[in-house]
Design a protein around this ligand. Structure first.
Ligand SMILES: C[S@@+](CC[C@H](N)C(=O)[O-])C[C@H]1O[C@@H](n2cnc3c(N)ncnc32)[C@H](O)[C@@H]1O
Length: 258
């Protein structure tokens, strides 16, 4: 158990990973400026996981209660999402080194264009938007009229610095096709391979990767596999516990095979 400014949180150090249980808006200000090489994060998308446009339509049409079985994600309402992402991006600009990378996932479709808000928000406070990358999930999910097959990753760097790029010989297409993980431990779990791709593009071995909305710890697993240090924050005790377990398992497996 550790203490940070204002609020007691749990802090776990697992090998090269430091994980905090708590609100990233309270924990990020306690971390040292210019101590992070890359932020890779997948915040709440702001459409209410349990009642996105497609789910309410489905409930009307099918009435099978599917939407109510889905768990709500903390801060997933439109206003809350903007508040926490706004605060986390401000802190990211303070924590990142001059040449760095900040990747923020967001939903690709409507009805409210959060992808546009995230890109514009990056430009507004200490960061500079660089590019948008599409994650093609290979199979369409649900959707009203348009079925959702992609999500987006907004890529930025610190204003005044440049985008860190690990190997000048690599040219990365801005569409990455990878299937969703099957039966993940978190309703929004990302494929480890997707996160690895970005970490590999923008950092070198030993660099520090930070995820203020780490969920089940996918970024920590990817960072460990690529021998990067990791700092992760999660507000929900249940997901924090899963993240600790996944990162510990990833490290244990490596020791077994070493
Ligand atoms: C989209 S999910 C991340 C899923 C993750 N990429 C994975 O693969 O498991 C966003 C996470 O942010 C967490 N969260 C929401 N508000 C937060 C806050 N203020 N501080 C820290 N975590 C927060 C939610 O509990 C949720 O687990």
């Amino acid at each position: 158990m550790g203490e940070t400014k204002g609020r007691a949180v749990r802090k776990e150090v697992i090998g090269n990973a430091t994980l905090y249980l708590g609100d990233c808006l309270e924990i990020l200000p306690t971390l040292a400026a210019e101590s992070v090489d890359m932020v890779w994060t997948d915040p709440p998308y702001g459409h209410g996981n349990a009642d996105g446009d497609m789910l309410s339509r489905r409930a009307e049409a099918v009435g099978d209660g599917y939407a109510t079985q889905l768990e709500a994600i903390a801060n997933d309402g439109g206003e809350d999402m903007r508040r926490v992402v706004d605060g986390a991006l401000s802190e990211a600009a303070r924590l990142l080194k001059k040449d760095c990378c900040c990747c923020c996932c967001c939903g690709g479709g409507g009805p409210s264009p959060t992808f546009a808000w995230v890109a514009e928000r990056m430009d507004r406070g200490g960061l500079q938007f660089f590019h948008s990358v599409i994650w093609d999930k290979k199979n369409p999910g649900m959707g009203w009229r348009y079925r959702r097959q992609h999500e987006m990753v907004m890529v930025a760097h610190r204003k005044g610095g440049k985008l860190a790029w690990a190997d000048e010989n690599i040219k990365q297409p801005n569409i990455i096709s990878l299937s969703k993980p099957k039966e993940g431990e978190h309703p929004n779990e990302k494929p480890v391979a997707l996160v690895e791709r970005f970490i590999g593009l923008h950092t070198l071995r030993g660099h520090v990767v930070m995820d203020p909305f780490m969920g089940s710890g996918t970024t920590g697993v990817a960072a460990h596999r690529l021998e990067r240090k990791f700092i992760g924050i999660e507000i929900e005790p249940r997901y924090f516990a899963i993240a600790c377990e996944r990162i510990e398992n990833a490290q244990r497996q490596e020791r077994l095979f070493a």
